[in-house]
Write a protein that binds this ligand. Sequence first.
Ligand code: ADP
Ligand code: TRP
Length: 337
Amino acid sequence: MSETKNEKRFLSGVQPTGKLHLGNYFGAIKQHIELQNEGTCFYFIADYHALTTIRDPKQLSENTRDVALDYLALGLDPTKAIFFRQSDVPEVTELAWILSTVTNMGLLERAVSYKDKVERGIEASVGLFMYPVLMAADILIYLSHVVPVGHDQIQHIEMTADMAGKFNRAYGDIFPIPTYRLDKEAKVPGIDGQKMSKSYNNTIEIFAEGNTLKKKVMGIVTDSTPVEAPKDPAKCNVFALYSLFATDDEKAELAERYRAGGMGYGEAKKMLLAKMDEYFAPAREKRKQLAKDPSTVEDILKEGAKRARSVARKTMDRVRKAVGMKPPVIPLAFDRV
Ligand code: ADP
Ligand code: TRP
């Protein structure tokens, strides 16, 4: 992999807070995989961030392993992208502290996701409040240019740009000002029509199969238009989800059948189920193989951490110097990596 000066750097993270779903895939993971051929990619499992909502150590480590398996099965190629656990690069927490000293309380107080989470009953810890600062550190420590995410993360990237600008004005131009990148499916609806999210309990999991998957798909909320009556595809969750998998012709064909009447939502749900089974079949197979070989997955994450950490260290040397500190006195040879 080349890491030349002019190369674009993409970076993104996903929290290991539960099973990944179609919203994660079509909003974020799909573009992460596609971008592997367009620049240097850093993708990580945001386990420090997950501590704001998970207090069960076993659950945190199992979820982390699950996200690693999911990504690798869905096509993340560790020879192209740098794939690692956030906590394997502890320097990021140091940068978060330094950034917090140039971040206004007012900026963080405007964070929509903080307010949302507190409203949903998540403890209003200092960590949860600082969440966007740690996220800015994630992005800036690897000198990233573009952050491919779903719609709900836009405000966080804008806050990151704000922090980078303030740091640069105070200490000199160290950080590129990052921008976000949305896929065309930046807001995938859940089975109830709200945004699909682990925290709304309305997800369809990427790796669900058989009866579990069937139950979820058959449970998608639809209106009570009778079978014979014409239906509006633009107002139907099943149609929206089917569209994620279908070609333009297939979409047009189903839309026509909706408008003509005589087709029930149950039939559309079966078509969606068949599409999902077909689309994810190779990834499901690959995931099963990978799950049998935990040491390979661990080796991939370790190798990714080594590469990520060496970039992070270089940035931190510059940051520490810029603010008036020397590199840490413990020689690097004592480190484990
Ligand atoms: P969740 O809301 O389920 O907790 P995360 O916050 O962990 O999901 O999101 C991980 C990535 O997936 C982020 O880039 C986020 O923007 C994207 N994402 C999550 N839900 C959706 C959705 N319904 N539509 C599009 N993108 C989504
Ligand atoms: N906050 C992101 C989410 O919930 C996860 C995340 C942490 C992230 N650090 C990041 C995403 C840096 C992009 C860049 O989805």
